[in-house]
Design a protein around this ligand. Structure first.
Ligand code: CAA
Ligand code: NAD
Length: 288
């Protein structure tokens, strides 16, 4: 069956990343259905997207009319059964393999179009594991967006030994031609290209704090002023979420058994304390 242009997208999860992915799709004139498990989470997800759209208006990137049109294209549901007609679904829930595999197994039953693309925004879980949770691994691919999604232009496209060339081409052309993102391809290895390089750097910064090498503020200042990074590694760890950084590091360590991916004790203690970064109001820094 010839695949049609993608105009109906589903996003599973409306946390930082799911909300950003849903927003960029709605801004690109795509009909977007977003799943959250409860009404409260759905309302929080919609509010997150509206705040970001408002920010787009106040910075002059969007008109008020474009904001309203994007908002109209977004619907929320707590029933994955509603995803039957979707041509592309991007899963963006918590970085937990058991949660993601259960969602892929369910999506596989629900999404009827055999040419539909089932994508994961995972940072570190091999896409093959998600593909093998379905009956049709040929339509499963990694589409890895970057935080904040409306700002960062990259999508890493991850194909597995089972992904069909048609599905990877469809996902790539959607990211490039519809969303206006730039695409790089990565082998299906935990962390893909960016996190394989970024996560050891973030963990090294945490180890520096842990050993008293330098303060949080000075480590960040050093990388902003000395290397022209937009933010230092500890503020970036706060932005990503310490829970997510830990989950990514655990997966990469599981794959490569390299000490550089092993999460340091300070990171573990902060996650246990609930100091998981900007989204919780407290991480290496305090937020209002
Ligand atoms: N949504 C929409 N727009 C946003 C935004 C958001 N959440 N955050 C910032 N922006 C926009 C602002 O509106 C602003 O736009 P204008 O210039 O048109 O006004 C622009 O981005 C810059 O924002 P600010 O001036 O408020 O702040 P800033 O200059 O300090 O930039 C930042 C903020 C964009 C987050 C920047 O610091 C940055 O790029 N940091 C690095 C982020 C990064 O490395 N992300 C990758 C994380 S790793 C990952 O994503 C993969 C993984 O698997 C973990
Ligand atoms: P988040 O904590 O902001 O949001 C997590 C989402 O998962 C929420 O929608 C939440 O309702 C949902 N969720 C939590 N537990 C669940 C469960 N048991 N069942 C179903 N849904 C559940 O996380 P995030 O930063 O948006 O990360 C989401 C995904 O995106 C992860 O796979 C992460 O690795 C990846 N990612 C994160 C970043 C980042 O910088 N934070 C960047 C790229 C990719």
């Amino acid at each position: 069956m010839a695949s049609q242009k993608i105009t109906r997208v589903g996003v599973i999860g409306a946390g930082q990343m799911g909300a950003g992915i849903a927003e960029v799709c709605a801004r690109a004139s795509v009909d977007v259905l977003v799943y959250e498990s409860t009404r409260e989470l759905a309302a929080a997800g919609r509010a997150r997207i509206m705040r970001s759209l408002d920010r787009g208006v106040s910075s002059g990137k969007l008109t008020e009319r474009e904001r309203e049109q994007a908002a109209w294209r977004l619907r929320f549901t707590s029933d994955i059964g509603d995803f039957a007609d979707r041509q592309l679904v991007v899963e963006a829930v918590v970085e937990d393999e058991a949660v993601k595999t259960a969602i892929f197994a369910e999506l596989d039953k629900v999404v009827t179009d055999p040419t539909a693309v089932l994508a994961s925004n995972t940072s570190s879980i091999p896409i093959m594991k998600l593909g093998m949770a379905t009956q049709n691994a040929a339509r499963v691919v990694g589409m890895h967006f970057f935080n904040p999604v409306p700002v960062l232009p990259l999508v890493e496209l991850v194909t597995t030994l089972m992904t069909s060339p048609e599905v990877s081409e469809r996902a790539e052309s959607f990211a490039r031609d519809v969303l206006g993102k730039q695409v790089v391809r990565s082998a299906d290895r935990s962390g893909f290209v960016v996190n394989a390089l970024l996560v050891p750097y973030l963990l090294s910064a945490v180890r520096m704090v842990e050993s008293g090498f330098a303060t949080v503020e000075d480590i960040d200042k050093a990388m902003v002023l000395g290397c022209a990074h937009p933010m230092g590694p500890l503020r970036l760890t706060d932005l990503v979420g310490l829970d997510t950084v830990k989950a990514i590091a655990d997966k990469m360590y599981e794959e490569f058994k390299e000490p550089l991916y092993s999460p340091p004790p300070l990171l573990l203690r902060m996650v246990e304390a609930g100091r998981i970064g900007k989204k919780a109001g407290h991480g290496f820094y305090q937020y209002e």
